[in-house]
Write a protein that binds this ligand. Structure first.
Ligand code: ATP
Ligand code: MG
Length: 227
């Protein structure tokens, strides 16, 4: 599904170079649930942003679904994102003026399906994440966990090949986090490929594979046998 070869992301900061990613080799297959772990500053978000085509590497290769994407421009990257990827962020990133249904249907704006089909599809995704009874609530009228469920429904609505989640439970209490992780695990069991960034070991246990970053390099890569 995706492959990185000797991938680097360096930032020039005055005299010094920050090596946010410094030679990453990685393959991820369809239907893996991968947790990217590491201390603050180890390069997790940088890696996820490149995997999510939100950013491009300084050096090295990134092949996604058979396409070399490391040299694409912003417009080409946005097409890839819209067609292949779904995003979940720590801060939910929902539009406050719109209700859940409208927030979830937004990524379909560019699709060829009709508005009524958009609505139907968005409603289906909200049902899937357990929010069938919250479709007409705006974000401010939802709990944190419900907001993240809306964001997950929105990430799913385009049938993405991969869901990218950066600290998806970072703003949630422990029990709500557990519910969100159980939901991601359920999606994984339905065949969804998921890449999730976390700095907490407990959270990584929900994934079936854990990649550990340190100073912009992968220092461990192991399989969780319990799920
Ligand atoms: N735009 C930038 N310019 C310069 N340095 C950057 C930039 N973005 C990130 N860095 C540096 O690259 C390194 C990796 O950052 P990154 O955000 O990927 O870390 P992280 O593992 O996600 O950390 P956290 O757990 O705190 O979110 C850090 O040292 C950071 O300071
Ligand atoms: Mg980060």
């Amino acid at each position: 599904m995706l492959r990185l070869n000797d991938l680097k992301k360096h930032y020039q900061m005055g005299e010094t170079i920050v090596r946010a990613l410094d030679g990453v080799d990685l393959s991820i297959q369809k239907n893996e649930f991968v947790a990217v772990m590491g201390a603050s500053g180890s390069g997790k978000s940088t890696l996820l942003n490149i995997l999510g085509c939100l950013d491009t590497p300084t050096e090295g290769s990134y092949v996604l679904n058979g396409t070399e994407v490391s040299h694409l421009d912003d417009d080409e990257l946005s097409i890839i994102r819209n067609e292949h990827l779904g995003f979940v962020f720590q801060s939910f990133n929902l539009l406050p003026r719109y209700n859940a249904l409208k927030n979830v249907s937004l990524p379909l704006m560019y699709s060829e399906r009709s508005p009524s089909e958009h609505k139907e599809r968005a409603a289906e995704m909200l049902e899937l994440v357990g929010l069938g009874n919250r479709m007409h609530h705006r974000p401010s009228q939802l709990s944190g966990g419900e907001r993240q469920r809306v964001a997950i429904a929105r990430a799913l609505v385009n049938e993405p090949d991969i869901i990218m989640a950066d600290e998806p439970t970072g703003n949630l209490d422990t029990s709500t986090s557990t519910e969100i992780l159980a939901l991601l695990q359920q999606l994984h069991h339905r065949g969804q490929t998921i890449i999730m960034v976390t700095h907490e070991k407990d959270i990584a246990t929900y994934a079936n594979r854990v990649i550990l970053l340190k100073d912009g390099r992968i220092i461990d890569d192991y399989t969780n046998t319990n799920n």
